[in-house]
Write a protein that binds this ligand. Sequence first.
Ligand code: GDP
Length: 433
Amino acid sequence: MVLAQLGGSISRALQQMSNATIIDEKVLNDCLNEITRALLQADVQFKLVRDMQTNIKKIVNLDDLAAGHNKRKIIQQAIFNELCKILDPGKPSFTPKKGKTSVVMFVGLQGSGKTTTCTKYAYYHQKKGWKPALVCADTFRAGAFDQLKQNATKAKIPFYGSYTESDPVRIAVEGVERFKKENCDLIIVDTRGRHKQEAALFEEMRQVSEATKPDLVIFVMDSSIGQAAYDQAQAFKQSVAVGAVIVTKMDGHAKGGGALSAVAATKSPVIFIGTGEHMDEFEVFDVKPFVSRLLGMGDWSGFMDKIHEVVPMDQQPELLQKLSEGNFTLRIMYEQFQNILKMGPIGQVCQLPANLPLILMACFNFSKLDSSNPKLMNESRILRIARGAGRPVRDVMEMLEEYKRLAKIWSKMKGLKIPKKGEMSALSRNMNA
Ligand code: GDP
């Protein structure tokens, strides 16, 4: 997962600091320097890192730390807030409304995953009952129209483009007009990928924007973009009114810090992330759960109360009893995911990757996972489960990682008094400590 290494380095720096008997300025500085190094190594822009360090120092009061407050928690919270600030400009993006025509224009560097993301975005909305349509205004890249056409046909989404017309502005306008007449409520315009040095192409992008008057311009960015990210993103923002960002290839092992910088440069929220090449490997993005996971915090506030909503009444005592015995098994995770799925968008309920329950269910349907100790599963067993479940090995590995993460969090419940309804928030605060 992108940025996982950064999360690990920050957690280690915090751990080292909490091992110190006395937290003085030197210990705090060492910790912050370690975190700064990790952020720079992950390609976060220098100025952002420096500002973050200054802000944390302002917020963290050494006297509080000396008074025996939970130092790790205070500093972790400050880092959490600063990272959230980078990713969240504090104002939501324009949200298209179902049934009312909106034009959304996609821009980005070539190869960032723009065309793929256009279809994912259209498909996501189509599944929710929208009437999307795709317009290919990339008249330059050979095969761009074919790629969009192929994706659109697969997803049964209407599309517009031309093999002969070379003026992107004209195609964009014609496509938008046509789909407005056809009462499509989400008209998506894919444009040609470009780099900041290509002034003429930026002018072309500006013209497409002026002619189609998009309600929203989405900047698509590959998570593996390095230190150049900030300047590139800023160049796009200066030419067209970027209102939202989608970060692609979050399934890879990129350092990812460049993406954080680029988001800061556009001052626009990340609305979705791409997590694979397939049409449905696309997730709504929420800043706080993402940063909590990055820092290994696990944002469980509210989750315990959700157990009462999600888990049928008659199953609650048994579940809580098992959890209080420190007994968190793959079977429990599987059953609770099933309950949670019934509640609708899983990400909003317990902030897990959206397709995780589906992976787990596919694996369960194939094999008797209950009898396996996830910690002892070897490569060939994982391979067999993945094959049987019809999922990539990466998915099964991710599911097992998530299990380990949850098991670690739930292990904190061992020996705790089983709470009643209403006492849950207090308990979840306890678990987050
Ligand atoms: P464009 O030039 O910006 O339009 O980029 P494309 O849409 O053609 O994508 C470039 C490559 O990135 C293709 O091979 C896509 O399959 C791949 N791609 C796009 N999004 C993702 C993603 O979220 N994860 C992964 N692994 N690959 C992606």
